[in-house]
Design a protein around this ligand. Structure first.
Ligand code: ATP
Ligand code: MG
Ligand code: FE
Length: 340
């Protein structure tokens, strides 16, 4: 089955064609980052308008790259939620229209299920069951995954998501949006240990997270050293201390989740899972637990069409469709998803 995936939940237009027999045939992404940069974050109305401009040309590009025509496509998958309502409306209206015009089924995909299943697009994918750490711009969750749609939330952030904390720390350090990759690059020049940031909520039991305190800690440290104008080495050392704190906190909670569930496989997904230091630290941690770590290539950690095409394909193969009306779900708990 060949499924055309459409991702428009936020500030990236992602399109891909996934084939259940031959894997990913082609994918393309347009990031609106430059457009939103002047505003220091995503402007929802600008995002929706830009998705309108990008979706169809990107679909044509993907079809051409894959050497496929419309007759080859068996179904459409699109991101139904969660995300920005206007951006979701664009993807869902186009997906439903194409499905109607081409007379093929369509399936609305949960954006976080897309992220969660992205490591399945790689070689040697994990087998169910496993523990998943979802770390993105809007989510930080530990989930026990027994199969597609069988998700038990083990813990989540009580305030900011890890990616959001990276983005805010970046702003305090005078870096552009999105901050994650930029903080990580700056941290490369930093000395570990000059500043010691807390590891929030690791001193008490449980699998919840809190990252808003790290933000305050970053701000106070920057201000104590002359604000954004502080010298480059100090900025780098602060970035390193921040990254170390996030990485170590996530590693402690992931180890706890593996031990609590008795599982031996950990997958990480979402934008922050592209972070090299996080991958290296978790690799070390799972070795100690005699467990294995799985993640997607960096381009499939952040938003992309391939994960939506893949997740939609699995549900479509199981006979699920979503033909009724155009109803995006800007808020949509993963617990509401149907098992396959
Ligand atoms: P959600 O998926 O929760 O709806 P989102 O789609 O905005 O949110 P993603 O696209 O998965 O989030 O990820 C973007 C986030 O990942 C941003 O916060 C970004 O700063 C962060 N990020 C990306 N690369 C890195 C990196 N190398 N290190 C740390 N953070 C990163
Ligand atoms: Mg994004
Ligand atoms: Fe995302």
């Amino acid at each position: 089955m060949k499924v055309l995936g459409i991702e428009t939940s936020c500030d990236e237009t992602g399109i891909a064609l996934y084939d259940s027999e031959h894997g990913l045939l082609a994918d393309a992404l347009y990031s609106q980052i430059d457009m939103h940069n002047d505003y220091g974050g995503v402007v929802p109305e600008l995002a929706s308008r830009d998705h309108v401009r990008r979706v169809l040309p990107l679909i044509e590009q993907v079809m051409e790259k894959a050497g496929c025509s419309r007759e080859d496509v068996d179904a459409i998958a699109y991101t139904r939620g969660p995300g920005l309502i206007g951006a979701l409306m664009v993807g869902s209206s186009i997906a439903k229209s194409i499905a109607w015009a081409w007379d093929i089924p369509v399936m609305g995909v949960h954006h976080m299920e897309g992220h969660l299943l992205a490591p399945m697009l790689e070689e040697n994918p994990p087998q169910f069951p496993f523990v998943a750490l979802l770390v993105s711009g809007g989510h930080t969750q530990l989930v026990e995954v027994k199969g597609i749609g069988q998700y038990q939330l083990l813990g989540e952030s009580v305030d900011d998501a890890a990616g959001e904390a990276f983005d805010k720390a970046a702003m305090m350090l005078g870096l552009d949006y999105p901050g994650g990759p930029r903080v990580a690059a700056l941290a490369e020049q930093g000395v570990s240990g000059r500043f010691k940031f807390p590891r929030p909520m690791t001193d008490r039991p449980g699998l919840d997270f809190s990252f808003s305190g790290l933000k305050t800690f970053t701000l106070n440290t920057v201000q104590a050293h002359g604000g954004k104008e502080c010298d480059d080495q100090t900025r780098a050392d602060i970035a390193r201390a921040f990254e170390d704190a996030v990485v170590e906190t996530l590693a402690i909670k992931c180890r706890r989740a593996l031990r609590q569930t008795g599982m031996k496989q950990l997958i990480i997904a979402g934008g922050v899972s592209a972070n090299k230091r996080l991958r290296a630290r978790l690799e070390e941690m799972v070795q100690g637990e005699k467990a294995s770590l799985y993640y997607a290539r960096p381009a499939f950690c952040t938003d992309n069409g391939a994960m939506i095409a893949y997740a939609g394909c699995q549900r479509l193969l199981a006979g699920q469709t979503d033909m009724e009306g155009i109803r995006p779900l800007p808020r949509w708990p993963m617990a509401d998803l149907l098992p396959l």
